[in-house]
Design a protein around this ligand. Sequence first.
Ligand SMILES: [Zn+2]
Length: 294
Amino acid sequence: MDRCIIGNVTVTRIPEREPQREPMFKFFPDLPEELVKANEHWLAPDHYHPPSRSMLLHFHSWLLQTPHHNILVDTCNGNHKPRPGLEMSDNLNTPFMERLMDAGVAPEDVDFVMCTHLHPDHVGWNTRLENGRWVPTFPNAKYLMSRIEHDIWAARSKDASRPQWSRNVYLDSVLPVVDNGMAVMVQGIHAVDDCFTIKPAPGHTAGTCRADLQSGGSGAVFCGDMLHTPLQVPYWQQTSRTCEDKPQAVKSRRELLEDCAGSRAILMPMHFGPPYVARINSSTAGFSLDFTGL
Ligand SMILES: [Zn+2]
């Protein structure tokens, strides 16, 4: 179990599935090969696999135990979710819940689930299968999600021209939460408690949000898929093919890195390999990484 203390808050990484290889130059269509070559010495082996020219995508949730609440940021892929056409998320069976309980938190102990966005690898454990029905996994939680993001995926779920996985993700992982009155639709800046604030950070998707933790003079920013690889710190202009609005994604990423560099908050993305998090330095040469182990 990987854990760190930020002020009065304990942050624990809850891993889900094993890391996946994604062809680097398909994922980043505009990425020059020589740029990766020049950075291979620090990208490999944790973030890049040179023989297959693939990046390594890790999958984990962040559990925050504040003095008042247990908060789970992003819920990975989930078990048994039908995702035809999206092999990475399709019909998984992982011991994610056992790992959460190993961290000392039972499903009923979770007060808030925060979804940075509604891609299938970020909302899967919102629900679980019970007697053939999808039910909220965390019975006492409020599920925080962007109103903009919710409405887009709700519309997509009704659009027969969309791939089946992108219709399923709303129907099996978001709608049951909404139907049970457990969703909180967030618009603009939203303070969850005295140390955890949700902020719009669009680009990867239209409703992508980040969550800023501030406690005891220390900070962290949970940024979901605003970056997929640490290479996007020095090369923050590089945007993946999964980002919907590329110029906006670049703008939000730059603001995120400036904020982390200015405040010394730890960057906590969803998909980085070990050590999973980093501090950000800023100089006239640009942004650089200072890997901070948990
Ligand atoms: Zn993701």
